[in-house]
Design a protein around this ligand. Structure first.
Ligand code: FES
Length: 359
């Protein structure tokens, strides 16, 4: 995977709520191929803030092949990038944008029932999925369960109303509000496993009949709802998840174990293969991940969230072994096939070779 960024111009900023915007970019013709995406994918944005290189992954909310690349950015406390996007970013500004990535999302075609469950800015990839499905799968149906604090904090509210009008009978939207009283008692409060169980028991949602269930939002909601869905009898392969970084400031560095510390005290030789080129560096105590060690050596490896969530730093272990501090994105088969996340990996062998081109 190439770590190349493209410099794109901001073409539009749509305020969604007092603390959320949708940011659109001009896509020059020569970037169209690189920026082709599947509904559900994300892009990584990068800029310098106070002299610091800051990058964050943001989900795409626009429809593939629409000629528009739009992401949703919700401001979070202390979040450098989300604050910039919500307060100082202007049409005409340029940002570095990495081409789309991510496995969350849908392959369009056929007739399906989709259940989308989102909290807060977790709606962003769902907008792309719902719009694309409704436009390109004329007989498919979509149910969206969407959690927010109150009506004023609902991102894409107008767009969802328009979609409901346009695709009458094929899109159902259920708003759960945690700080505003809803006429439907069952929709008062946060989305969690208990609520999903109740809504299923009353026949308001039908997870067992869904061909695909997409979950996007904070990790706690995803874990709880996924567990409930599986307990209800939903097959694990039907459930697809995308976690959002708890805050968009730098995630906590992985804690280094004593075993790694002992190894790295002497220095672990690491080779990273990227775009067919092999780069060599040494990981030493107190560097806490292979990604950090590469950055300290001035080597640019692909990464975005640095928190084990997005998979941008996925690579295959060709030689040696690692342990991961956390992993929220690699699936079991990928770990069995030798893949790891560079942002979370610490060597457990004296030498390590990682292939970032492996698919
Ligand atoms: S950079 Fe996101 S998982 Fe490593």
């Amino acid at each position: 995977m190439a770590a190349s960024f493209h410099s794109l111009t901001v073409s539009k900023i749509d305020r969604q709520t007092p603390d959320a915007v949708a940011v659109s970019f001009d896509l020059p013709l020569d970037a169209a191929e690189a920026f082709a995406f599947r509904p559900g994918q994300y892009v990584t944005l990068r800029t310098k803030i106070d002299g610091r290189d800051v990058r964050r992954p943001y989900s795409i909310c626009s429809v593939p092949e629409s000629g528009t690349l739009t992401v949703g950015v919700k401001r979070v406390d202390g979040g450098a990038f989300s604050t910039l996007a919500n307060t100082r970013l202007a049409v005409g500004d340029r940002l570095d944008v990495m081409p789309p990535d991510g496995r969350f999302g849908v392959k369009i075609g056929g007739v399906h029932d989709y259940l989308l469950i989102a909290a807060g800015s977790g709606i962003t990839p769902m907008m792309s999925i719902a719009r694309t499905v409704l436009e390109r799968e004329p007989e498919s149906r979509v149910t969206l369960l969407f959690g927010n604090r109150d009506t004023g904090s609902i991102m894409f509210r107008d767009a969802l109303d328009d979609l409901k009008d346009r695709f009458l009978g094929r899109l159902a939207v259920l708003h759960c509000l945690s700080r505003e009283t809803h006429a439907v008692e069952l929709l008062n409060g946060r989305i969690d496993g208990a609520r999903v169980r109740d809504l299923a028991a009353r026949g308001i949602i039908d997870p067992l009949d869904a061909d695909a269930i997409f979950l996007c939002g904070p990790g706690g909601m995803i874990d709880d709802v996924s567990e409930t869905l599986r307990a209800l009898g939903v097959v694990a392969a039907v459930i697809r998840t995308e976690r959002f970084t708890p805050a968009d400031d730098a995630p906590a560095a992985p804690v280094i174990t004593e075993a790694t510390r002992t190894l790295t005290r002497e220095g672990v030789a690491v080779d990273a293969i990227l775009d067919g080129v092999r780069r060599h560096f040494v990981m030493s105590d107190p560097q806490t991940s292979v990604l950090d060690a590469a950055r300290d050596a001035g080597i640019e490896l692909p990464f975005s969230c640095a928190g084990g969530m997005c998979c941008t730093c996925r690579c295959r272990i060709v030689e040696g072994a690692t342990e991961m501090a956390v992993n929220y994105s690699l699936e079991a088969w990928e770990i069995d096939a030798g893949f790891t996340l560079a942002c979370q990996s610490r060597p457990t062998s004296e030498r390590l070779v990682l292939d970032f081109d492996a698919v």
